[in-house]
Design a protein. Structure first.
Length: 209
């Protein structure tokens, strides 16, 4: 399964001069976790996440001690633009990136969204929610997509039966008798694993081998 299979596209981006308020409105309206930040040449220069917009912006409720309210006058105004709060060091991946690698990076570096780029152009974004959605697809939907992949790329190999249960796909296939190096079996596994929601693939021969 590759980034292109699950990414959100087109992706909404902002500029460094976008106001923090406007960026917050976009995040809440579309239920995004982060927004890529582009320069005037549409190149990726950063990412702004929910935490960036919230940091140092929500004042304490002083109703319990009104004498502390005077301190509020001395505080500096919070940053007003995305360019002032965004994270400039941002990792991006390509449409062909393995979703497993994206998920591992997200967990290791505590990020919730991964921009997907083609050269210097942002073409999509993968969020943790996108990854999670692949885990809750129905068994019938997963099996149907595997069948479509096999029909599209392996229609000349004979017939097969596909079943799915909790991300585990079993393919009963007519493997050619001369497939001593398991080439066909490996191709079937690769095609099935490209389907969102597939975690493991078992190939069972139907020709008695």
């Amino acid at each position: 399964m590759r980034a292109r299979d699950i990414m959100t596209n087109p992706v909404i981006c902002v500029r460094p001069g976008t106001s923090v308020r406007e960026a917050a409105q976009v995040l809440t309206r579309h239920r995004f976790a982060a927004l890529p930040v582009l320069d005037d040449d549409s190149r990726l220069i950063g990412i702004v996440a929910e935490s960036d917009l919230i940091r140092n912006r929500i004042p304490a409720d002083l109703r319990g001690n009104i004498w502390e309210a005077d301190d509020d006058v001395e505080r500096e105004a919070p940053p007003g633009t995305v360019g002032e709060v965004m994270t400039e060091t941002v990792v991006a991946m390509t449409p062909g990136a393995d979703v497993a690698d994206i998920a591992e990076h997200m967990l290791e570096h505590h990020v919730r969204s991964m921009p997907i780029v083609d050269g210097s152009r942002v073409i999509g974004i993968v969020s943790r929610q996108d990854v999670l959605r692949t885990m809750v697809r129905t068994n019938d939907a997963v099996a149907a997509d595997v069948r479509r992949h096999l029909r599209a790329y392996a229609s000349s190999w004979g017939s097969w039966e596909v079943s799915a249960a909790e991300g585990v796909v079993t393919v009963h296939a007519e493997l050619p008798p001369d497939d001593g190096d398991d080439t066909t079996k490996r191709v079937v596994i690769a095609l099935a694993r490209a389907v969102p929601g597939v975690s493991r693939v078992h190939v069972e021969p139907r020709n008695g081998e």
